[in-house]
Design a protein around this ligand. Structure first.
Ligand SMILES: [Zn+2]
Length: 145
């Protein structure tokens, strides 16, 4: 397991322990994590705090060059909102934990020149499958359904 994906999974697990949705993300530049986060929609009653958005918020203001050179790790395929932020800041590469429980905007990202690698990690799939089975209404709200 890639240590950065493991860090994203650790974030997802933190979110689950807080009663939230188990999705985590880290942003890596020059071999180190510059931002990390997890889905906090439930915890903060937020409309926008998906895991990736929380990682961006945590990374904060960065020179354009840093974001362009960065790799974003996320435990789940990024939705339209998070893909928008990825495109806005010109993130060059996205590593996705899994896209079996939810298929985000991977084709949009690729069409705009972002390298998207999906690893289909069993831990990431398991976290979401279990969560969706237990709290389907929270999950549907997360993806606007
Ligand atoms: Zn999202």
């Amino acid at each position: 397991m890639d240590s950065f994906m493991q860090a994203a999974i650790d974030e997802a697990q933190k979110g689950l322990e807080e009663g939230g949705i188990p999705i985590g993300s880290v942003i890596v530049h020059d071999g180190k994590i510059i931002g990390r986060g997890h889905n906090r929609r439930v915890q903060e009653s937020s409309a926008i705090k998906h895991g990736e958005m929380d990682a961006f918020e945590n990374a904060g203001r960065q020179p354009a060059r840093v974001y362009r050179e960065a790799t974003l790790y996320t435990t789940l395929s990024p939705c339209a909102m998070c893909s928008g932020a990825i495109l806005l800041y010109g993130i060059g590469k996205v590593i996705v934990g899994e896209n079996q429980t939810f298929m985000g905007e991977e084709e949009l990202l690729r069409s705009r020149g972002v390298q998207v690698d999906v690893i289909q990690d069993a831990t990431c799939v398991g976290l979401m499958k279990q969560f969706i089975a237990v709290k389907p209404e929270l999950w549907n709200e997360d993806i606007g359904e």
